[in-house]
Design a protein around this ligand. Structure first.
Ligand SMILES: NC(=O)c1ccc[n+]([C@@H]2O[C@H](COP(=O)([O-])OP(=O)(O)OC[C@H]3O[C@@H](n4cnc5c(N)ncnc54)[C@H](O)[C@@H]3O)[C@@H](O)[C@H]2O)c1
Length: 259
């Protein structure tokens, strides 16, 4: 993979929502930097495919199934991860149910089912993962939590209110974790991507061309994001290089949004 950094050697890490897109790219980056990785996703077949790609490349990775909105499922997935890894030094909570994002119209018209699903996955789900992760990170003497937020929470967009609200709430959860457990050697941070054309979005061909043009036009570094752009920052936050970074939101967007 062309990465020569070994800063994650010895780290046991779990990526939740790792079957595709940014999460899958993050697994690849973490493995390439030396981590042993649990690949968790509601789409178990996709998680297995990512883990298989990593083991074929000579890395240590394995898949577990998880639905982050179900407490028993989350607890079982983290237990399975720790049983296999022996410890947990870092967790990247990245999952979101993006199937309804184009139906997340505006505050007057958005269907409450779309709102409820978005909030359930992005807030309840991330709270459950936080609860499951923290005891293991504390048992390891400290560790790093990284959440995937979004530039949408600070962009003031005319659409996607449910999504933006959920990601703002996620930032609040992250700041709470940093404040409550920072003294116990826990770091919590968020990566907030701009528009990232993941391999799945490219293959799906469903992103409107005018949205792509609009996104590039407002981006100072004039290209769209790649999943790898986000993965590199997550790797840094999970490494010793990130040990004194706590409670921060990292906007990674080529300058599309200046905060
Ligand atoms: N792609 C972008 O432009 C962009 C921009 C900003 C933020 N993000 C955020 O980045 C993260 C990853 O997005 P992506 O574009 O790679 O999307 P993606 O759909 O490729 O990845 C999300 C993964 O989460 C999994 N997932 C969904 N619901 C789940 C659940 N209940 N339990 C467990 N896993 C579940 C999916 O199966 C999928 O593998 C999301 O949090 C998204 O909001 C993406």
């Amino acid at each position: 993979m062309g990465i020569h950094n070994t800063r994650l050697v010895g780290k046991a890490v779990m990526v939740v929502g790792a079957g595709s897109g940014i999460g899958a790219a993050t697994v690849e980056r973490l493995c390439a930097e030396g981590a042993r990785v649990c690949v968790a996703d509601i789409n178990f077949a996709a998680a297995e495919a990512v883990a298989a790609r990593m083991t074929e490349a000579g890395y240590e990775a394995f898949a577990v199934a998880v639905d982050i909105v179900e407490e028993a499922s989350v607890n079982a997935a983290f237990a399975a991860a720790v049983a296999r890894l022996g410890r947990l030094d870092g967790v990247h909570v990245n999952a979101a149910d993006l199937r309804t994002i184009f139906a997340d119209s505006d505050a007057l018209s958005v269907e409450l089912g779309v709102f409820d699903r978005t909030i359930t996955v992005n807030l309840r789900g991330h709270l459950l993962c936080t609860r499951a992760a923290l005891p293991h990170l504390l048992a390891a003497g400290g560790g790093a939590l990284v959440y995937t937020s979004s530039g949408a929470c600070d962009g003031g967009e005319p659409e996607r209110p449910s999504y933006a609200m959920s990601k703002s709430g996620l930032n609040a959860l992250m700041r709470h974790v940093a404040s409550r457990w920072g003294k116990d050697m826990i770091t919590a941070n968020a990566v907030a991507p701009g528009f990232v054309m993941t391999p799945e979005l490219i293959a799906g061909g469903q992103v409107p061309a005018d949205w792509i043009d609009y996104s590039i036009a407002k981006t100072r570094s004039t290209r769209l994001g790649k999943a790898e752009d986000i993965a590199g920052v997550v790797a840094m936050l999970l490494s010793e290089d990130g040990r004194w970074i706590n409670g921060q939101v990292f906007h990674i967007n080529g300058g599309a949004l200046l905060t």
